[in-house]
Design a protein. Sequence first.
Length: 419
Amino acid sequence: MTPSKNPVGIDAIAFAGPQCYLDMRDLAAARKIDPDKFTKGLGQEQMAVATPCEDTVTLAAKAAQATLKNFDIDPSEIGTLIVGTETGVDHAKPVAVYVHEILGLPSNCRTFETKHACFGGMAGVGTSADWIASGRARGRKALIIASDIARYGIGTAGEPTQGAGAVALVIGQNPRLMNLHLNCIGDYTRQVMDFWRPLYSKYAFADGHYSIQCYLDALEGALADAKSQVDDPHTLNTDSMEACFYHVPFVKMALKAHRRHVELQHDVMNDKALNESYAQRVAPWLTLNATVGNIYTGSIFLALIDFLRRLDPSSEGKNTSFFAYGSGCGASYSAGQVADNAAAWRHLVDPAAQLAARRRLTVEEYERLMHEDEHADDNEATHSDPTRWQLDGDLFYLGTHNHQRVYGGMPKAHMKRAG
Ligand code: CAA
């Protein structure tokens, strides 16, 4: 993998999550399950919980506002906006067009939504990088937002692997954070029923253990396709990487993925070498995933943020790998290179203060919230009142009135009709 003279890659990034969370020990106690199953068995400490006033649009807009502001990017520089989500808010209207209005992006900005379960965000990154590399961007940048609310429902096996949040990335030329190797992207697609969400359901269905197998098969397939594109396949070995990023539905899945990645390089599995490799290249960047939970499309980028917020200058110029998986299933294996001087920006990407300010829900509050959210999108419902959920800020989903979603500040006083 030779670095390009005019690299395309990640120029800016930020996370935004809901204002409430649930501690996994509280959930385990309520479900009469050993807490170690959630904290050690799955690797989760807390999970973000979105109230009925925090939907995919508000999370996406907040992440995007932070990205543009923190990295001093003017909205007029954005020529493509893609929101990757499996938590769409309308069968026809994309989340992206609401975000386009909230951010004040130019009218000649191409705007759309991508869906392939958790793969939608990475699909947007690849598409926009190609758009820039082709010259069609004419100097403009692309804004990609991965925004989702993961819900399996109360008492399900998937319940401890829920979460919510959005990661916004700006893709541009000569990026400040991460160059992408566009000449080596491995793809994999296979129709499987491992995880899906029928049109009538707010909750996802999953064949949990089968989904893990599908994920690992997809890793093998996408990696093989990537290796077929490089002169020396060893350049894609884990040992050649400073960090390996995986889709993280729950933290333990990244360990399973890294194990498979290492297994594919060696005929004989050496547990000591695997553990050392995991501890060095994967585990240090999973602390945000452990406190936010599964954010579907954004979870791989949350691990990237964790890496970037503690980036040491000695990592600059070194390679990293990305395995993105979306159930159903579609996946890609790609590689990046930490940009020169990237460590200088690490203080801009750290969401620690935001996470520390979250409110801890009781299990009773969480369950009431889940039940009420089932009807939050009904026409003329009254569940989306930010004062009921003790929220701060000025951008909320305020319910659906006259069959149109309404976004704005506190209800009535600053109500603003969309559309
Ligand atoms: N102490 C410590 N560890 C314990 C324990 C205890 N008391 N009890 C159980 N464990 C361990 C188990 O040994 C197991 O670890 P290993 O996988 O290393 O063997 C782990 O905790 C989980 O236990 P189970 O497998 O028994 O858990 P489960 O059957 O209740 O469900 C799950 C686990 C299948 C992941 C479920 O949470 C689920 O269905 N999640 C949603 C689907 C999902 O996340 N799939 C991932 C791949 S698909 C994808 O990535 C797309 C996406 O985002 C959905």
